[in-house]
Design a protein around this ligand. Structure first.
Ligand code: ACO
Length: 380
């Protein structure tokens, strides 16, 4: 970071890399150690040992539920998963207005409409109880919004949530129309818990920036969805699986990676702005992919080693390793999640993290308002 003498502005590194812009008690990423946590808990342990509902409670309420709290909290979640009457018809209207079949585009537009329909109030004017209820209600509707949009786009009737199955199983049931297996529920639960939050990632920062104006929760979440959709953020898992399709067999992996780099392309699913060692999410998802088994998992494991070899050679000073997106696609595909639903599925979990961050930001009444350095022609 340098100070510009002419204007006394503090000039930050490109992309704000390494700059601390806020304080949070929600979680952190330690890039050099390959570790991340939600509040005081190792996030990978939470993903192994706790339900999505438990971790949702941790993010929103600040602590894991006690035995006594778990039942009422799960009942609150189940109630929030029920879709308000009339929403299905309105979703069709929203999709036509959005003019797109992409579930993420529908989600962006539908969240905006949902906020208006539910009378979302500015955070500035809301007490903690109102904010907590809005956060639960809005995050709970996202799985239905994306699966219903996907069904409608494929000419099928949306499947209603099945709250009695629990959050993750209900999601898979809505997506596939079948009661999911215990193996798929457990695997997808790991993925969803692992992706609830991840430090000051771009979409979280975006949502918090919007929250700092005191506006309503839905506006913050809509902004988060927009940021998440980009290929440098959440839009990579289907691209990573597309790459595995292109590779086809492990013998082709090295040549494919070399050709990508020679063409100036990035290898999707590799590299991370913060991790300089293995991404712990990728490690757990790799383990999960291997447990689920299948030819795509076998190819992914073998191709990873070849791609890393090529990347190490090309960028010896920059360790580029598989990130969360690389094995996310493999796990989701094995669980029956179609490719076009990978990023919308990511949105289902990340919205829980965004909501927790938005509420935290709303308690700090200072607007985020940086400066830019003008580099255009001087005004007359
Ligand atoms: N393949 C090839 N080269 C890469 C890759 C990659 N996946 N990632 C980074 N590099 C190279 C860059 O070209 C750059 O080289 P240069 O210095 O010669 O120009 C160097 O490594 C540093 O790149 P940055 O853009 O500074 O890396 P940053 O850490 O900011 O970017 C990112 C991280 C965006 C994830 C990047 O690694 C990337 O584009 N990966 C592929 C897309 C992807 O997997 N996205 C999902 C990431 S998970 C998430 O949500 C952030």
């Amino acid at each position: 970071m340098t100070t510009s003498a002419a204007s006394e502005l503090i000039v930050t590194p490109p992309g704000l890399a390494g700059v601390v812009v806020a304080e949070t008690a929600i979680g952190d990423v330690r890039g050099a150690e390959g570790f991340f946590h939600y509040r005081q808990y190792d996030a990978t342990r939470l993903a192994r040992d706790h339900s999505f509902e438990d971790v949702w409670h941790l993010m929103l309420r600040g602590e894991l539920p006690t035995e006594a709290q778990r039942g009422p909290w799960e009942a609150d979640v189940a109630e929030a998963l029920v879709i308000p009457e009339g929403l299905a018809e309105q979703l069709g209207v929203v999709m036509r207005a959005a003019g797109s079949d992409d579930p993420l585009v529908t989600l962006r537009t539908a969240l905006s409409a949902y906020g208006a329909l539910t009378g979302d109030r500015p955070l500035w004017d809301s007490d903690e109880d109102i904010k907590q209820r809005a956060a639960l209600r809005t995050a709970a509707v996202v799985p239905w919004l994306v699966t219903a949009a996907h069904a409608l786009a494929s000419g099928r009737e949306p499947v209603a949530p099945r709250p009695e199955l629990g959050y993750v199983a209900s999601y898979l049931a809505m997506l596939t129309g079948r009661t999911p297996s215990a193996e798929h529920i457990a695997a997808l639960s790991r993925y969803l818990v692992l992706t609830i939050d991840h430090g000051f990632n771009n979409s979280t920062f975006t949502a918090r920036t919007v929250a700092s104006t005191g506006t309503d929760l839905s506006s913050c979440l809509v902004a988060g969805v927009g940021a998440l959709a980009g290929p440098l953020h959440g839009g990579a898992p289907s691209r990573a699986l597309d790459a595995l399709d292109e590779i086809g067999s492990v013998e082709r992996a090295e040549g494919w990676a070399r050709a990508q780099l020679a063409a100036g392309q990035r290898v999707m699913g590799f590299g991370h702005p913060v991790y300089r060692t293995l991404d712990p999410r990728s490690e757990l998802l790799k383990e999960t992919a291997i447990e689920l088994g299948g030819p795509t998992a076998d190819l992914a494991v073998a191709a990873e080693a070849e791609v890393v070899k090529v990347l190490d050679e090309a960028k010896p000073d920059r360790p580029l390793r598989a990130n969360v997106e690389y094995y996310a696609g493999v796990v989701m595909q094995a669980c029956g999640v179609p490719r076009e639903m990978f990023t919308p599925t990511f949105a289902c979990s990340r919205v829980v993290g965004w909501a927790a961050h938005v509420l935290e930001q709303s308690r700090d009444r200072k607007i985020i308002r940086p400066r830019s350095r003008y580099v255009g022609p001087l005004p007359e």
